[in-house]
Design a protein around this ligand. Sequence first.
Ligand code: NAG
Ligand code: NAG
Ligand code: NAG
Ligand code: NAG
Length: 410
Amino acid sequence: MKSTLVHPQATNHGMHHHHHQADADQKLQVITNNDVVITAPLGLDEDSSSSDDRQYKAPNLLRRILSLVKNIRPGTSLISFQLPPEFNIPKSMLQIYGETVCCVNKEMIGKCNEGKDPIERFLNVLAWNLSTFRSLPFGVAPYNPILGETHHISRGSLNVLLEQVSHHPPVSALHATDDKNRVEIIGCHYSVPKFVGNGVDTQVLGTRELKLLNNGENYVMNHPRLVIRFLPVPSVLWSGNVSVLCEQSGLEARLTFGGGFFLGSNSRSVRGKIILRPSNKTLYEISGRWDGVVSAKDVSNGSMRVVYDAKEVLSGLKTPTLEDPQGLWGTDSILVWRKVNEGIVKGRWDEAREAKTEVEEKERALVRERNEKGESVSPKHFSISHTIENGWHCLPLQKSVSLAPLIVPI
Ligand SMILES: *[C@@H]1O[C@H](CO)[C@@H](O)[C@H](O)[C@H]1NC(C)=O
Ligand SMILES: *[C@@H]1O[C@H](CO)[C@@H](O)[C@H](O)[C@H]1NC(C)=O
Ligand SMILES: *[C@@H]1O[C@H](CO)[C@@H](O)[C@H](O)[C@H]1NC(C)=O
Ligand SMILES: *[C@H]1O[C@H](CO)[C@@H](O)[C@H](O)[C@H]1NC(C)=O
């Protein structure tokens, strides 16, 4: 195990404490840094951290995947498909969302408010949004969070809280606040994965809203699709059309992410334009790659500028560290999946499988118990609503998110 993969202090498992996890909000007194496994954030493919991923990938992954899916008919929804831990990276989906917002090499969110005019701020927001696109390793997925699971992480003055607010469909709510830079993000994601024969096509639903409180601006964005192709070349791609709209200035980016099942090599491309509503006049043409450089061409005079450079923002990302073990909630992803993580990074698949079954069975038992008692669970940190037409909406109950026990080193 390399220290880039696991937080150095987390490699020593000398202490063995037993806890009952998922007892909401119960603060665990006995957890120490040595008890948790925190792995490097997902960044770019070229990263050493990504090549280290292979250390915790089970052997013959592609063959295993093909045998896993051989009896599934194309078009089948995979929403309640349970993956064995051989197909997991040692993190929960909530951690992935937390990482995409917090794990960057330079200030992205705080900077959004700094632009002196609406177009500068818009380009900053666009750059931030592009920084949330990460290369997912092929063949391995994060865990599907359990109901009530939380993840709480901070970078500088940015504090982020995620909660799994529904299990079927799996809906994750996000609230991030930066009181110093006066930025707030509220969002909600749920994905609908479908087996399509030579891969999995996942529609990501829900929207995110970014508020620049100093400027009274709101940016609303939707999500691209995530396409996992097994053949001919195993790959994970972002695909589809995305809009980033600032309601106040009328600026809108309409972007097309490359890929999809039938498109070839340039699958990580992003292209599109920035228009001004309501005339829809094009101001900038956008082109590039989300894992490389994305530029904007000013159509009035043809001048080009770099909006985003993935290498600068995402190379060699630092692993978050647990600074305040006492402040960790029992529902945090890093505690809920602790033993599964440990099994995976050590390549002890039996232990990982057993631990994963335990987490899932505990959740099923809880659901049964609640159903018998006729109880419904409401999320701890969000109020939720959903309708067929508008999908899911999650509103945070707190005004701002507190400093997390888990910190991204700057
Ligand atoms: C995406 O946007 C492009 C350019 O506006 C358009 O040609 C294409 O049909 C759109 N694709 C989908 C799936 O909506
Ligand atoms: C601008 O785009 C919006 C959204 O697609 C559309 O509803 C509107 O009609 C367009 N306006 C003009 C002037 O074309
Ligand atoms: C192009 O126009 C923009 C906006 O009017 C201006 O800021 C920029 O300096 C111009 N670039 C060149 C090369 O003229
Ligand atoms: C921008 O990009 C992501 C992809 O990571 C997308 O899902 C998201 O909704 C967009 N907006 C924000 C605010 O991240």
